[in-house]
Design a protein. Structure first.
Length: 310
């Protein structure tokens, strides 16, 4: 009797858990649609910026703009500080989503330190902040207020101080670790070099300067551009480069927000399915225990009646 009571309590407990996970799956699905819309809306603008940069950059312009300059390594007198931004979520229950991002950020920080840089750590999201605090790493910026609805203003607040430090020659680079939203089922961690803005390929496929292909690089199959630039390429790049840098950070924020909801929906769906399987196993176990108990009771009654007759 005690066994069947324990099984019934366990079944009720798992059923209550399944209700919670199913509700969380539905909430994540709803939020995923809105987050995915923001990602889709941000990509055309980012692509247009990348194309414009690829067309405007020339080798003679590379040394004229601070955001394009490639600093020398610390051993050669270059800046010894490198910034690293980790974007995670404020909440868990999203599978290995946050753990993968934190692992990549730690690996990147170790690589920079091995190269002789002092790493300036920035973290967006409670999970990343707690991970660095647990590792006793000092954080220059810790933001909990951005959540799953990032705005362009949030990106500006994060990148403007770093862009100013880079332009002043006090910062060697700025990398972002974020989740690349490919689909609701595929959200791998990724790393993006934001500063310096690396040289991009033009429409003819030739590279502007010696920088390697970056996020702004375009395939060589694009047709040649024929622009009339007014007032000049210099004046346009003065406005375009800060916009491009801010947009890179904004895009990382919105892609991570969408990836979080996709990962949470997948994790909660798996948890709901697993809870259903456990309930099925517990119900079968309960039925067998109940049948054994009934059989034992019948045997006891028959045995008692036979004893009275004999």
């Amino acid at each position: 009797m005690a066994k069947t009571r324990a099984l019934k309590r366990r079944i009720r407990s798992v059923e209550n858990t399944r209700k919670i996970t199913r509700t969380m799956e539905m909430v994540a699905t709803s939020k995923l649609k809105r987050s995915q819309d923001r990602v889709v809306a941000a990509r055309p603008y980012a692509k247009a910026l990348q194309e414009a940069l690829a067309d405007l950059l020339t080798p003679e312009l590379l040394e004229r703009f601070p955001l394009l300059r490639q600093p020398a390594p610390p051993a050669q007198g270059g800046p010894a500080v490198a910034a690293l931004l980790l974007i995670t979520s404020n909440r868990g229950l999203a599978g290995a989503f946050n753990a993968n991002l934190i692992r990549m950020a730690r690996t990147r920080a170790q690589e920079l330190e091995a190269a002789g840089y002092t790493v300036k750590l920035l973290a967006v999201g409670k999970k990343g902040i707690k991970a660095f605090q647990y590792a006793r790493r000092e954080l220059a910026v810790a933001r909990l207020d951005i959540g799953d609805r990032p705005t362009a203003q949030h990106a500006i607040e994060l990148v403007e101080p770093l862009a100013a430090e880079f332009a002043a020659g006090r910062l060697a680079s700025f990398d972002v670790v974020y989740a690349n939203f490919r689909s609701a089922l595929s959200t791998p961690p990724a790393m993006l070099r934001v500063l310096p803005v690396e040289a991009a390929e033009g429409r003819d496929g030739g590279k502007a300067g010696d920088g390697h292909q970056s996020a702004a690089a375009l395939p060589p199959s694009r047709p040649a551009a024929n622009y009339i630039l007014a007032p000049s390429a210099d004046r346009i790049l003065e406005q375009l480069l800060p916009l491009y840098v801010k947009n890179q950070v904004y895009r990382a924020l919105v892609e991570t927000a969408a990836s979080e909801q996709g990962a949470r929906r997948t994790a909660m769906k798996n948890a709901t399915d697993n809870a259903g399987e456990i309930i099925g196993i517990l119900n079968r176990t309960y039925n067998r225990a109940r049948q054994a108990q009934i059989t034992q009771e019948i045997a006891e009654i028959v045995g008692g009646a036979a004893a009275q007759q004999g």
